[in-house]
Write a protein that binds this ligand. Structure first.
Ligand code: 26M
Length: 819
């Protein structure tokens, strides 16, 4: 037992302050007078980290001593957001630290704002992984997040002339105090080359892979603290470096330049996060990234198994590995390769281990998002894995033929190889076959999975399928982001809800309490005031905290229908222009979100929103009734003040297309009402909060399918709805583009000629519903009541509940308390 000085564990403001100054001096090498804001931030971060390391070491010792079963969450993305504030909350020392820092006449919030967030994800999928790590640690589940340490995360977004401009995210520029490199645990990852069969000394038939090149994977570990427990789990992210040995050295004898080139090439592997989501692109470097982090992580697991002197057969007892979508699905083939080729386990045994170990979560039904790798590309990079996939496929299809005799079409549909024309490997099929459990992320989505993309697989092994509705962590998304509401709730029901979100139901008994209602409104109002100040500061736009804050923040996508929201704004604008005395509830429309750099239509949607904003906000006839704001660079940091300030949450995707959504949960937990379609988790949110507290509109999934089946014609809607026609015509006329009729033509034409996401079909219903919102907001008491009930009934959507479900039904793992 190591004795640690008080300065590194003490929690009182006085000791925290002394520790902070000590770190400033000994880590940053600065006296108070010379320190920059960044120096202060780093000193503060180290002061917090010291307190976490204590938990981290105890956790490691406890897990080792107990030989615990471990959840390995494999994800190409972890969208962690800033660590400092969250760690202060989870350590329970936010207020003490604030006091310590303010005692030095420093601005605490300003120092917290110094942190460059690790934006190692695109959106929902990456942020879900981050929420799950928080819950795993809070629930004291032995677990490890495995992913990629991208040097450049999701790009920073600037808006210039109304268009998105992408800027490289140099998040490591000023160092990262939260990670510890572990070069001693580096592993080697091989690529390319060819295979050859041989007979080993025991006369066994075997295959040798002679790779063409390799890289080194170096783990960087970040502690992940649970909320007010001693558990600190690990997020282990892999960085690619040049290999120490391999053949280059001989090869490069005397060729210094070539040697340096090789090093640069190796490090390219983990250089940058691909900024696409919901769209597959068959890029070679992306496949390299996927295989790289999967192989690093699996090899790491084998090392742990060895260090604990466990036999290979114990692998599925020691580890349960969750695949976050198909990005890590190559794990099926890599685990088989390691078992069969390296550890000489026979095929059937290896296959048992693989299937028992792996489980797969699907996050999308969109066909364009499903990963399929061109066979040549795959063969060039992973020739041995291709052979293994062929073998898995042959054995699997034999079973399919046995169960469905004579159904050749089914066999072709289920094959791991798509052979209609050019050949591809279907990663979702590989994930299904190699896993013992398959789940969707909301009830509706899980049903649709079974009826559509994975229908054949459901019919083949129905017992593998289940639903695990997403959740979000109330620590970051309420306690940290919304201190005023947190304080109010805690004053009424104590603080137990932060760990047991169901307890929020106790708020229902105060819903009729006039004083509580007033305090609730006061909290929301102050959050709106804070957001208004941020908007004023960053964008120099004045917004009225007494107007209805109507927010749509998420990645920009046609299926999410930000342009439907835009049509509503144009309709309101037009009706005010037609009828200047029109009485409407003053509204501020707030948007935020990034578009994939190569997604032209999404970028044009941003331009449309900013163009509408320019006209609306500049028009004295309307600007006191409606305002439009596009918040640039929507990321975790910038989202945190947004959820608490929202009155209305826009969740308006075409029914059947949003797998779950998680922003929908963050808004409702913070007392926003939802206007939404019956899509993803909206369905379950509405069930929980009550239909009378939810603004529902639009076609349902079955109606969407039926309408498309019978031949959808957007023109019918255009011609039969004057307001719709007026809104579209106004955009097409160049009214929002300085008379330029061409600018938005691609967007308008797509709506009129194809409209694959049925905006026109849902327009009337949406506008009618928005009118109800307008009227409901005028009844302040009633709105407040609905707002309170929304927050009070969101317990189900804590990621703690999701993680408990995974633990019980898929991972079969129990908590281990760290003392
Ligand atoms: C794939 C290949 C190459 C490059 C990038 C990708 C890729 C990256 C992220 C594809 C999809 C990615 O994310 C999809 C995503 O975020 N899906 C969302 O997952 C959430 C968590 O389950 C759900 O709530 C959302 O409904 C779903 O859209």
């Amino acid at each position: 037992q190591i004795q640690v000085e008080e300065d590194r564990i003490g929690l009182s403001p006085e000791i925290l302050r002394r520790a902070f100054l000590d770190n400033l001096f000994y880590i940053q090498g600065k006296p108070l007078a010379l320190a920059t804001k960044n120096d202060f931030y780093i000193a503060l971060a180290y002061t917090v980290r010291d307190r976490m390391l204590h938990c981290w070491n105890s956790t490691a010792s406890t897990y080792t001593a107990r030989g615990s079963r471990t959840v390995c969450y494999l994800s190409a993305e972890f969208l962690m957001g800033p660590h400092l504030g969250n760690n202060l909350i989870n350590l329970g020392i936010y207020d003490q630290m604030k006091q310590a820092i303010e005692g030095l006449d420093l601005d605490f919030e300003e120092l917290i704002a110094q942190e460059e967030e690790p934006g190692l994800g695109n959106g929902g999928l990456g942020r879900l992984a981050a929420c799950y790590l928080d819950s795993l640690a809070t629930l004291e589940i032995p677990s490890m997040g495995y992913g990629i340490r991208y040097e450049f995360g999701i790009f920073d977004q600037e808006i210039r002339d109304g268009w998105q401009v992408e800027i490289t995210d140099k998040w490591l520029r000023y160092g990262n105090p939260w990670e510890l490199p572990r070069p001693e645990w580096a592993v080697e990852i091989k690529f390319g080359g060819y295979t050859e069969p041989f007979t080993d000394d025991q006369g066994r038939y075997r295959v040798r892979w002679i790779p063409a090149w390799s890289v080194k994977g170096v783990p960087y570990d970040t502690p992940i603290l649970g909320y007010q427990v001693n558990t600190a789990n690990t997020l282990r992210l892999w960085k690619a470096e040049a290999p120490e040995s391999f053949d280059f050295e001989a090869f490069n004898q005397g060729n210094y330049y070539r040697a340096v080139q090789e090093k640069v090439a190796s490090e390219n592997l983990t250089k940058v996060l691909y900024p696409n989501d919901e769209k597959f692109e068959g890029k070679q470097l992306r496949l390299q990234q996927q295989f790289f982090f999967v192989s690093c992580s699996l090899q790491d697991m084998f090392h742990i198994l060895e260090r604990q002197q466990l036999p290979l057969e114990a692998f599925p007892q020691k580890f349960t590995v969750q695949l976050n979508d198909t990005h890590p699905a190559i794990a099926v083939a890599e685990l088989m390769r390691l078992l069969v080729d390296k550890y000489l386990v026979e095929w059937d045994k290896a296959w048992d281990i693989t299937q028992q170990t792996l489980a797969y979560t699907n996050h999308t039904l969109l066909p364009e998002a499903l990963e399929k790798w061109a066979l040549d590309l795959f063969a060039g990079l992973l020739p041995r894995h291709l052979e293994i996939i062929y073998e898995i496929n042959a054995r699997f299809l034999d079973r399919v033929r046995l169960k469905f005799v004579g159904d050749a079409e089914r066999t072709a549909r289920m094959s791991l190889i798509d052979e209609q024309g050019a050949r591809y490997i279907r990663m979702a099929h590989l994930a299904c076959v190699g896993s013992h459990a398959i789940n969707g992320v909301a009830a509706l989505h899980s049903e649709l999975l079974k009826q559509t993309v994975l229908k054949d697989f459901y019919e083949f092994f129905p017992e593998k399928f289940s639903n695990k509705t997403n959740g979000v962590t109330p620590r970051r998304w309420i306690a940290l982001s919304n201190p005023s509401m947190t304080k109010l709730i805690t004053s009424k029901i104590g603080s137990g809800w932060i760990k047991h979100l169901d307890q929020l139901r106790q708020l229902e008994s105060f819903v009729g309490d006039i004083e509580f209602q007033r305090q609730w409104r006061e909290s929301k109002r102050s959050n709106k005031q804070s957001l208004a100040a941020l908007v004023k500061n960053r964008l120099d736009i004045t917004i009225d905290p007494d107007s209805l804050f109507d927010v749509q923040s998420k990645r920009i996508h046609e299926y999410k229908r930000q342009h439907l929201n835009a049509l509503h704004i144009v309709t309101l604008y037009d009706s005010i222009k037609q009828n200047p005395t029109l009485e409407i509830t003053p509204r501020t429309f707030i948007f935020g979100g990034k578009a994939a750099p190569g997604y032209y239509m999404a970028k044009l949607m941003i331009k449309l929103i900013t163009a509408i904003a320019e006209v609306v906000n500049g028009d004295p006839d309307v600007r006191d009734r409606i305002k439009v704001v596009f918040i640039p660079d929507y990321n975790v940091t910038n989202s945190q003040p947004v959820y608490p300030a929202a009155d209305l949450s826009e969740q308006i995707s075409t029914a059947g297309l949003e797998a779950s959504g998680t922003g929908n949960m963050k808004f409702a937990m913070n007392g926003a009402l939802t206007i939404g379609t019956l899509d993803g988790a909206n369905v379950e949110i509405r069930e929980e909060v009550g239909a009378e507290n939810f603004f529902l509109f639009g076609l349902i999934t079955e109606e969407v399918a039926a309408l498309k089946e019978q031949g959808y014609n957007p023109w019918d809607y255009y011609h039969s709805n004057d307001a719709l026609k007026a809104a579209i015509d106004l955009i097409a006329s160049g009214h929002f583009s300085h008379g330029d009729r061409d600018l938005f033509k691609p967007l308008v034409d797509k709506l009129l000629h194809h409209d694959p996401f049925l905006l026109l079909a849902d327009y009337a219903s949406y506008i009618e519903c928005q009118t109800k919102v307008d009227q409901a907001y005028r009844d302040t008491q009633h709105w407040t009541r609905m707002s309170i009930l929304n927050a009070a009934r969101m317990g189900k959507f804590s990621s703690d509940r999701s993680i408990r479900d995974y633990c019980k039904e898929i991972w079969k793992v129990q908590p281990i308390e760290v003392l």
